[in-house]
Design a protein around this ligand. Structure first.
Ligand SMILES: *Cc1c(COP(=O)(O)O)cnc(C)c1O
Length: 391
């Protein structure tokens, strides 16, 4: 095998505790915060180049030296990643801004970018001996986990709020998961999942509560760089819930610089949330290191309905280090922008994708995004499962 993982150890994102990579971990045993995967980047730099990657399979596994799975026998892949970045020429004219690109994550298996994170997390858990996985979810993450569990023959336990739209529940069931509907929010689902985790040894793959979902999501950062000719855009706008994608991309940029694949230039990272659930936006503008839980979280963009994120300090750190910002937009503007995105690009976006356009329109008006700056919007999911908001 001429490719291998250069995973070296795990490191706590807050206290810096260093842990052995080849055993199962959830949160940091010392401080309870998320663990991050670290690689021997000097060795990786000598072993792989952008030119070598250019000829590889069109999935996120083209960056496999920088991914955690060691043995291909455990790599559970349905073709996730390497989604197109589309120049949105008609949208540029409508929005009065260019160059403007959309990374269409709706083309991933199960229709959202959750596929990336759950491909790496379920694969790595499988490699470390796990045969049963569990997740509390607002929808997309449950579908993605079910898919990779089905592929590998693992048991899947999905806990969803009872008001999750039917298509998400149906998909999990078709993919063979045991679905438990809970009267309450995603936080209540987390509590319900605990019994199976504590008593029956199911492995918890909640956002940032294990170290490898972020590794799959970071590949969006590698792809943006590769697809734009190893030059990063000026601004990236990202619909933020738990923040794995934003934190992951920021991590990827740091890795790529150490690998010698890009220079020190970074995009300004922008978080967008709905004004019905905007804990990160509030904490960012108040200059806080951690966010307070958002009461009565409500939005049509379910992926962003995360009232408390375990990785809040990592999101806020990435926004500040990048000299980025955070924007809250009302659901009415999100819906309008979702339609505008659809009718000018031919992509059927999830409302979370529409939210990034709503944020851009505001940032243009405020002058925060200036003429000629290149902007990448992330459409994080396919609109097809959101029938409840189109009706
Ligand atoms: C989960 C989700 C998000 C939020 O992603 P994070 O990386 O957890 O912030 C955004 N959009 C969609 C469609 C999602 O499913």
């Amino acid at each position: 095998m001429d490719t291998r993982s250069f995973l070296s150890h795990l490191e706590c994102g807050l206290c810096g505790e260093r842990l052995e990579a080849d055993r199962l971990w959830n949160l940091c045993p010392k401080c309870g915060k998320p663990l991050l995967a670290r690689y021997d980047l000097d060795a990786a730099r000598a072993a792989v180049t952008p030119a070598a990657i250019a000829g590889r399979e069109p999935t996120m596994w083209r960056y496999r030296e920088l991914l955690p799975v060691r043995d291909d026998a455990f790599k559970l892949s349905l073709g996730e990643g390497f989604t197109p970045i589309l120049r949105a020429a008609r949208l540029e004219r409508e929005a009065g801004h260019g160059p403007l690109y959309v990374k269409d994550e709706g083309l991933n298996p199960t229709g959202s970018f959750k596929a990336r994170g759950l491909s790496t997390a379920v694969s790595r858990a499988f490699e470390l001996g796990v045969r049963s996985v569990s997740i509390p979810t607002a929808g997309n993450a449950g579908c993605a986990m079910s898919a990779y569990a089905a592929l590998g023959g693992l048991e899947a336990h999905v806990f969803m709020p009872a008001d999750v739209p039917k298509p998400f529940i149906n998909e999990c069931r078709v993919l063979g998961a045991k679905v438990t509907l809970i009267a309450g929010l995603i936080t209540d689902c987390g509590k319900a999942a605990r019994e199976g985790i504590e008593k029956h040894g199911q492995f918890d793959v909640s956002t940032l509560k294990e170290p490898y979902r972020i590794e799959g999501k970071k590949t969006m950062g590698y792809e943006v760089a590769e697809q734009m000719g190893w030059r990063l855009p000026d601004v990236i706008i990202y619909p933020t819930g738990g923040g794995t994608g934003l934190v992951g991309m920021w991590k990827a940029f740091g890795e790529m610089e150490k690998l010698g694949w890009i220079g020190p230039k970074r995009p300004r990272m922008v978080t967008v949330q709905s004004d019905g659930c905007a804990p990160m936006v509030k904490a960012f503008h108040e200059g806080k290191e951690f966010a307070e839980p958002w009461p009565n979280a409500r939005t049509i963009a379910d992926g962003m309905r995360v009232p408390a994120a375990v990785g809040d300090f990592l999101i806020l750190r990435a926004l500040r280090e990048s000299r980025g910002t955070a924007v809250a937009v009302p659901d009415t503007e999100i819906l309008e922008a979702t339609y505008l995105l659809g009718k000018t690009t031919g992509i059927w976006p999830a409302p979370e994708g529409g939210a990034t356009l709503a944020a851009l329109l505001r940032l243009r008006k405020d002058g925060w995004v200036r003429d000629g700056e290149s902007v990448v919007l992330f459409n994080t999911g396919n609109g097809a499962k959101y029938s409840h908001i189109w009706d």
